[in-house]
Write a protein that binds this ligand. Sequence first.
Ligand SMILES: [Zn+2]
Ligand SMILES: [Zn+2]
Length: 315
Amino acid sequence: MLVEIEATGVCHSDLHVIEEDGWGHPFPVLLGHEGAGIVEAVGESVTTLAPGDRVVIGWKTACGTCAACKRGEPRQCRRPPAAPGRLHRADGTDLTPVLRTGTFATRTVVHEQAVAIVPRELHVDQACLIGCAVATGVMSVLETARVWPGARVAVIGAGAVGLSVVQGARIAGAAEIRVLDLDERKVEQARRFGATDASTRPVDFVFDVVGRRATFELGLSLLSAGGTFVLIGLSPEGERAELGLPELFSKRTRILVSHGGDHVAREDFPKLAAWALDGTLDLAGMVSRVAPLADWEAAISAMQSGDVIRTVLVP
Ligand SMILES: [Zn+2]
Ligand SMILES: [Zn+2]
């Protein structure tokens, strides 16, 4: 289906694509995977949406036919369906949309399953964040880790995904939400989203939104016996870490990997949108800046410097 993009967030994964030589995407690449907009046209076989629907585009959708989907675990699907290639540059070269979405554009073509309808009352600048940062952070807490009420939680890295983990932990009823970041401004900022005063006691859950050796090893050291480590952040190629097997065994540490919070767009996006509308989730506070799409390079620099939580680009 053809979607007219109204707003798109600038995410670290777009930077990862740049830094990791395309991250497996054939060049030329169309960046952007956190978009929202209006359905403009649909293919003949599309039955669940119609032109005029306001949608959030999702990069992680379930295929419905793989082994994971067939055993009723669409959240574990690793074969998200893509629309047949329809994007080209002016010279006719095929253009690869990042994560099958490609939202740094005025229009994009995505698979029917890759969008979820959200209410028009939710401001589109905020709605787009649901497509990656918010779904990843909140669902890592509620689905991947299943944090329980009263749990002690630590979050390493307080960008948009980290702040969404903080909000997810607040929704789950965590008693303590400790935020660690090299940038003190971000630690302070996280209080607005639910971060609490921290004790020095070990925690039940660590969410590593950074994905480096130092954060992995720090995270393991913060865990209590029986604690759960959740890896969310993308690591650079070749990154390695060390862990002591006797300590792992005696502490019964669980290590989980979250692919975007294991979200399912059609199930989770409407719920996250409803939470944004009733104030359970603060999305407005996460939009630091709205800028024209043409300023995407400056927006990526601002993200690297830590000056913004999210820049939202508007075509
Ligand atoms: Zn992203
Ligand atoms: Zn599947």
